[in-house]
Write a protein of this length. Structure first.
Ligand SMILES: NC(=O)C1=CN([C@@H]2O[C@H](COP(=O)(O)OP(=O)(O)OC[C@H]3O[C@@H](n4cnc5c(N)ncnc54)[C@H](O)[C@@H]3O)[C@@H](O)[C@H]2O)C=CC1
Ligand SMILES: O=C(O)CCC(=O)C(=O)O
Length: 411
């Protein structure tokens, strides 16, 4: 049976920020009266997280921290997760929902940063810069125009034409590139970009292939031995999406065997937890492979914006109950509740819940100034603004309704 918890005053709400979340987030929390914060520069292992999260109400992570069922089950006080990034694949969103934990992210604050890095990589790879740079560091001097090309007129194949893919498409056309893209959804082509019907079509036509898909069951290992062999001889490959999308051994073979002329890889199946851990990869030592430590979205501009965006969403949920733009929860956008108490009730979506809640309210004969309900297939979220000093008593009664996952009172 799930344990139902109640809200606390702000100084008792414990916030844990991992993976070097930008100070803009910390400042925003402080401006809103949240002072009980622990800020750590890297992620934690499962066991460390389970220990640490026991008394945490809000946790902030980036792409490295894995939040799974075990962690949510142990984090009894947790009300919300902030992913200070785009991807949310590191969080078991269904488990979070089962435990009444709302998850937010920053869907486009680092989009431009990734697109700019990839565009730079396109140029670097076309000029063979990674290998020339590596050689110069060892005292070599590879001055030659052989296998160096302009970007103008080359075909860029974008896999995943979402926020990043389509932004990159616009930038690449400004360089005079031809853009083709493959997406599982119908997407509006920007500029002169052309959709292709299959991944194989894209692989066989592009001079440079770049991946911008999310990590899903369907995208796991979507680039393997067969797909690399479909790419044009001497073509180039970029991955700044997720490490699990590429069979890294197959990529290493395609580079070492000379079928691919170069690659730029920002994301890896296994990444160090922090900057003090060694980076291990079969791609190490391959000179024509540009390796970056998952910094596609790591610019000052993006990180500052992400900090305020995600912290703002967490504060609104904590202060106000608003779940607008949550990635795993029914969305409720709420007015302020200056003169009323606000009760929040998260429950399993089963028949009779609203009736049970309303019959408790009617027993107290109180004025309900507002009631908001949103449901999805798994949970229901009801917010009630009441004119009553009996909020705690009413909440205690509501917590006993079978199917209740979590209930809070906001003052
Ligand atoms: N390297 C880095 O630092 C960063 C990496 N990312 C990664 O980039 C990914 C993409 O980001 P956005 O463009 O903002 O996401 P988005 O959701 O806007 O776009 C993803 C696109 O991929 C398409 N897609 C999904 N499955 C597909 C499949 N099997 N084949 C072809 N297309 C498929 C979707 O329909 C969508 O159009 C994120 O999910 C994240 O994993 C995001 C930001 C920074
Ligand atoms: O900057 C980060 O920590 C992760 C960036 C990323 O991969 C994302 O936004 O999905």
């Amino acid at each position: 049976m799930s344990v139902v918890k109640q809200s606390l005053s702000k100084d008792k709400i414990k916030i844990l920020m991992l993976e070097g979340v930008h100070p803009s987030a910390i400042k925003l929390f402080e401006r809103h009266g949240y002072t009980n914060m622990e800020v750590l520069p890297s992620s934690l292992s499962d066991d460390e997280l389970i220990e640490k999260m026991k008394d945490v109400h809000i946790v902030g992570i980036r792409s490295r921290t894995q939040l799974n069922e075990r962690v949510f089950a142990a984090a009894e006080k947790l009300i919300a997760v902030g992913c200070f990034c785009i991807g949310t694949n590191q969080v078991d969103l269904a488990a979070a929902k089962r435990h009444g934990v709302v998850v937010f992210n920053a869907p486009f604050s680092n989009t431009r940063s990734v697109a700019e890095l990839v565009l730079a990589e396109v140029i670097m790879l076309l000029r063979g810069i990674p290998a020339k740079n590596a050689s110069a560091h060892r005292g070599g001097w590879l001055k030659s125009a052989k296998n160096s090309f302009e970007a103008r007129g080359k075909t860029l194949g974008i896999v995943g034409y979402g926020h990043i893919g389509s932004q990159l498409s616009v930038l690449a056309e400004q360089l005079g590139m031809q853009v083709i893209y493959y997406d599982i959804e119908d997407k509006l082509p920007l500029g002169n970009a052309m959709p292709v019907h299959t991944l194989d079509d894209l692989l066989s036509q592009a001079d440079i292939v770049t991946l911008h898909v999310p990590e899903t069951e369907q995208t796991q290992m979507m680039m393997g031995v067969r797909q690399f062999s479909r790419m044009k001889p001497n073509s180039l490959f970029i991955n700044a999406s997720r490490g699990t999308v590429v069979d890294i051994e197959a990529l290493a073979s395609a580079l070492q065997g000379g079928h691919l002329a170069g690659a730029a890889i920002d994301v890896f199946p296994v990444e160090p937890k922090g900057n003090n851990e060694e980076f291990l990869s079969p791609l190490r030592g391959i000179d024509n492979c540009l390796l970056t430590p998952h910094i596609g979205g790591s610019t000052m501009e993006a990180q500052e914006n992400i900090g305020t965006e995600v912290a703002g969403k967490l504060v609104r949920y904590s202060d106000n109950g608003s779940t607008l733009s949550a990635v795993n929860f029914p969305e409720v956008s709420l007015p302020t509740h200056d003169t009323t108490r606000r009760l929040l009730h998260i429950h399993k979506n089963q028949p009779g819940m609203l009736n049970a809640i309303n019959s408790i309210l009617s027993e107290y004969q109180i004025n309900v100034a507002g009631q908001y309900l949103q449901t999805d297939e798994a949970v229901g979220y009801v917010v009630m603004d009441i004119d009553s000093n009996n909020g705690s008593e009413i909440l205690a009664r509501m917590r006993k309704i079978p199917g209740t996952i979590r209930a809070r009172q906001l003052f």
